[in-house]
Design a protein around this ligand. Sequence first.
Ligand code: DGL
Length: 295
Amino acid sequence: MATAEEGVIGVFDSGFGGLTVLRALVARLPRYDYFYLGDSARAPYGGRSLQVVHSFTREAVEFLFEAGCPLVVLACNTASAQALRTLQQRHLPAHRPDRRILGVVRPSAEALAGLPPGAIPGLTQPSLASGTVAVLGTAGTVASGSYALELAKLAPCLRLVQQACPLWVPLVEAGETSGPGVDFFLHKYLDPLFARPDPPARVLLGCTHYPLLWPGIRAIVPPAVDVIAQGELVAERLADWLGRHPEMEQRLSRNASRRYATTDDPSWFAAQGEPIMRTTIAVDKVRLPPWRASE
Ligand code: DGL
């Protein structure tokens, strides 16, 4: 495949929620160039089958590779949980041996386990040798078992409770992020966690949209319980990964440019994205071609 590599970091999410991750990447690693793609026309991914999420994610990643990205970050938990492993183990070796795809599940599981020590400043309980931790995510993320798999490897003494919150993404997509109606649905998924005999000591917001519900979630979760959003921890782990992979780091361009694309209405995407990025953004509308291996 003839691709003009430009050295831009691709960031993919099913919609605009992944901008919560991009914002943190830009804050932590501002010199690099970023190309954010949100597949809003087909979002949400959270209730879709594994096969569909895999196929959509492969199309998105290939689009970003074709646009010149040597490295793509899957900000989307659902895509990371359901498609990353197969893309890394089968697609890259067969079709893109010189490219890399990173996801959010592994670094987030590390954060839940408190690894590496001190990686998340301000935790009320920095080291957690035993007890319960919770992941809030889409139905697809929970069903994938990816968080359970990663956490079992990293911290087998921790008990993981997973809570699917299928109504939170539609609320955020509809612009509903606070108020009594939203609080009802926040309580719907959070209250059962804290009614357990073994309530979690740490809660991960394992979906790109959930940080947009932060004030309501924080108000319901007991103060002694740490709530972890992913943006900063993913940015920190990417910085660490680039430090350990100079062969990739040297391929990245450094013009501090940011490019945005969506598969749906660019004006709507910009209206949702600008408050998250805290700046005006120019958004292109793009089509994701179906994947066909050319060999
Ligand atoms: N971006 C997805 C995630 O982080 C949430 C939205 C969706 O369901 O597509 O899991």
